[in-house]
Design a binder for this molecule. Structure first.
Ligand SMILES: [Zn+2]
Length: 166
């Protein structure tokens, strides 16, 4: 919850960070806040308004070059925190499912890993989707950087805001 969008000094989209990291960037003077969210965090012995969009003071070379880093957070984001089997939202309790189970040689990859709710993940267990009669809602693919960032921005409803800024 409460991700913070980080823009480069030239207002191009870089990535998102957790709100805690967002506040730390603000406190360290590394970023300026372009827009605050509605939430307030009580941490670091102080009350802080949680930023929604920040901009780096100093320009950095693109962190992501052409590839979106493969990690749990990004797989969940690609799948929009939606169980790829039953379609239920799993933002509060997301798990990752290996389509071909790890125990059977399945790898952690964009193509073999999807967001899944706990229920489907348990039901599926060490089987393949075919073996337990489950179907994937869409074929998992490795997103390109522009697909991924566009999707992230869209999910947060900030596309218009970002367009305004550019
Ligand atoms: Zn499910």
């Amino acid at each position: 919850m409460n991700s913070v969008i980080v823009l480069n000094a030239d207002f191009t989209y870089l990535h998102t960070v957790s709100w805690k990291r967002g506040i730390r960037l603000v406190l360290k003077g590394k970023v300026e806040v372009l827009k605050y969210g509605r939430s307030v965090a009580n941490s670091f012995q102080n009350l802080h308004r949680i930023p929604l969009v920040v901009r780096l003071i100093k320009f950095v070379r693109r962190v992501y070059k052409n590839k979106v880093p493969l990690n749990k957070r990004n797989i969940l984001a690609r799948d929009e925190y939606t169980c790829q089997y039953c379609g239920a939202g799993c933002r509060h309790n997301p798990t990752l499912d290996h389509i071909l189970p790890k125990s059977r040689g399945g790898s952690f990859s964009w193509q073999n890993t999807v967001a899944s709710c706990k229920k489907c993940n348990q039901k599926k267990g060490d089987k393949t989707p075919t073996e337990c009669g489950m179907t994937l809602r869409k074929k998992p693919v490795q997103p390109t950087i522009s697909e991924f960032t566009n999707q992230q921005v869209k999910q947060m409803g900030l596309r218009e805001l970002l367009q305004d800024l550019m």
